[in-house]
Design a protein around this ligand. Structure first.
Ligand code: MN3
Length: 211
């Protein structure tokens, strides 16, 4: 995948039904084929008249949002953020097999959160605390420390200087069909389908490249 204009709809890395029973097939179809596709299309539309930014990667655009022309800032923030967040979100899930963090990330989670159970509890609290639409994140700060943060709408942690490791989407479109207003049940279910291999890779690349 080329991470520059013209952006493409990245295929889901598993079938739509692969996350059942935790996330239903219909939600995954709508979430990927409609919601993400709309962000991709609108990001391309917004960037089309600005060839100067066609060589910028998506993380570059998002990290340097305040350096963009004013008329580009909101569309990139909303649609560029929508593309970045969803590609990361879909890649950080996988069919459940009872996985837990391992390796360097597991050691870092123990160091900064005490234990996996405590980490899971805090992530749930964080995700419940998002008012309206947004995300709860596990990120690495510039000192290499793990932190939990929340963002609203399609904002990303990149302008804040954080490197993303994993995130949970708590927009209603992520869970409403199956869980209705029961966000807490969705979060509990979601903890079963975290792709810890990918989370470990993200952590390693945060350490190597920083953002
Ligand atoms: Mn979403």
């Amino acid at each position: 995948m080329d991470d520059r204009y013209v952006f493409e709809l990245v295929p889901l890395p598993y079938p739509y039904h692969a996350l059942e029973p935790f996330i239903d097939e219909k939600t995954m179809m709508l979430h990927h084929d409609r919601h993400l596709k709309t962000y991709v299309d609108n990001l391309n539309k917004a960037l089309a008249p600005y060839p100067a930014y066609h060589r910028w990667s998506l993380p570059m655009l998002l990290k340097n949002i305040s350096a963009l022309p004013l008329s580009l800032q909101t569309p990139v923030r909303n649609n560029g953020g929508g593309v970045f967040n969803h590609n990361l979100f879909f890649s950080i899930m996988e069919p459940a097999h009872g996985g837990k963090p391992y390796g360097n990330l597991a050691r870092a989670i123990e160091k900064y959160f005490g234990s996996y159970d405590n980490f899971a509890k805090q992530l749930k609290q964080s995700a419940l605390s998002v008012f309206g639409s947004g995300y709860a994140w596990l990120v690495m700060d510039k000192m290499g420390r793990l932190k939990m943060i929340t963002t609203h709408n399609q904002d990303t942690p990149l302008p804040l200087g954080y490197c993303p490791i994993l995130l949970i989407d708590v927009w209603e479109h992520a869970y409403y069909l199956k869980y209705n207003n029961r966000r807490d049940e969705y979060i509990d279910a979601w903890m079963n389908i975290i792709n810890w291999d990918q989370a470990e890779k993200n952590y390693e690349s945060c350490i190597t490249y920083k953002y």
